[in-house]
Design a protein around this ligand. Structure first.
Ligand SMILES: [Zn+2]
Length: 88
């Protein structure tokens, strides 16, 4: 069958076996992003620049690619517009 290939986002795996998180996000309930660029960061894959809300810490983190553990670097301000990042 001919046609353009469709990317299977949700189930895609990286070569190291970890799931691709592109299109998924971890944000606070009812979250409104400060700007469109930050909104995109929350939906990126870990091999791009991906920002997640970690509810247990109640803080935002840049998620680092690591197959065996969830690691990240805390961010307090939006790298695009400079807004202070909070729980909403
Ligand atoms: Zn922003």
């Amino acid at each position: 069958m001919k046609g353009r290939p469709v990317r299977a986002r949700a189930r895609a795996l990286h070569p190291d076996g970890t799931p691709c998180l592109d299109g998924t996000r971890r944000v606070p309930r009812g979250f409104t992003p400060c700007c469109a660029a930050f909104d995109r960061l929350t939906r990126n894959c870990v091999y791009d620049l991906r920002v997640e809300w970690w509810g247990r810490h109640r803080r935002w983190f840049v998620r680092l690619p690591a197959p065996t553990a969830t690691t990240g670097l805390e961010v307090r301000f939006c790298p695009h517009c400079g807004a202070r990042l909070g729980a909403r």
